[in-house]
Ligand binder design. Structure first.
Ligand code: NDP
Length: 244
């Protein structure tokens, strides 16, 4: 088993191929972290690993595939000496009127956003516990509010919130647990919506987004840089003009 290098913390980021995950990889690398970049799009995470050029690794993994996560954890242990931080960020937001037509979307969101985060955590937990780690769960404003057409997405994020609070109590003081709840952030998130009318409407809001992934990443990097005796458990952030 490789020794953990005390000079360099290791962060595992799911959904590191774009948006908030990729931006956080850049922010943490700037603080000296080596990153295990997990996502399905291998070309993107390989390009990001090359850009970071600091020993970070690209690991193709679908968070709905437990075997892929187990293999990823073995690589992180072997090549990076284990994970200090797990950021559960992979997710999709497949909004639309509640209907049987979108039942595949519902299953996909629950499997990636909620079950994917739970599975990645149980797979990486022993690495996080080994020496004091951090778990960062990316929830959403939709984890505290709900509105028409976002019910199942909101259910996954409310689920993340409840599960995170339970884990916070269970894992202290070994693993610090932090929930990040962004409002609209300028990423590709809305582009995957399958319902055409909903996608066009939501995309307009995303086209006008003012908060950047780098701004969210800066907050996550700040949270992780607090001394071990202090933890920021929850961060709710919105564009200054976002109502709900
Ligand atoms: P992006 O679409 O840019 O990023 C989503 C990431 O998730 C991609 O890297 C994608 O990688 C990955 N992903 C999706 N499904 C899977 C899967 N099954 N297995 C592995 N990786 C997967 O959007 P964001 O950066 O905005 O989204 C990141 C997180 O932030 C999500 O959880 C989202 O709910 C949350 N969030 C975003 C907000 C926003 O306004 N942008 C607001 C609040 C929360 P790949 O396709 O390569 O696998």
């Amino acid at each position: 088993m490789a020794e953990k290098q005390s000079t360099s913390r290791v962060a595992v980021i799911t959904g590191a191929s774009s948006g908030i995950g990729a931006a956080t990889a850049r922010a943490l690398a700037a603080q000296g972290y080596r990153i295990a970049l997990l996502a399905r799009r291998l070309d993107r995470i390989e390009a990001l690993a090359a850009e970071l050029d600091n020993g970070s690794i690209a690991v193709q993994a679908d968070v709905t595939d437990r075997d892929a996560l187990v293999a990823a954890a073995a690589r992180v242990q072997e090549e990076l000496g284990g994970a200090d931080v797990l950021m559960n960020n992979a997710g999709t937001m497949l909004l639309g009127p509640f209907s049987s037509e979108r039942r595949e979307d519902y299953r996909a969101m629950i499997e990636a956003n909620l079950l994917g985060a739970i599975t990645a955590t149980e797979v990486f937990l022993e690495q996080l516990r080994d020496g004091g780690g951090d778990l960062v769960n990316i929830s959403s404003v939709a984890g505290r509010t709900a509105r028409a057409t976002n019910g199942v997405y909101a259910a996954t994020k409310w689920g993340i919130n409840g599960w995170s609070e339970s884990l916070r109590q269970e894992l202290l003081p070994d693993v610090r647990v932090t929930l990040i709840e962004p409002g609209v952030v300028d990423t590709d998130l809305a582009s995957h919506i399958t319902d055409d009318a909903t996608r066009e409407a939501v995309q307009k809001g995303y086209d006008a987004a003012t908060v950047t992934p780098a701004e969210v990443a800066e907050i996550i990097a700040f949270v992780l840089a607090r001394p071990r005796h202090l933890v920021i458990n929850e961060v709710l952030l919105r564009p200054a003009d976002q109502l709900g």
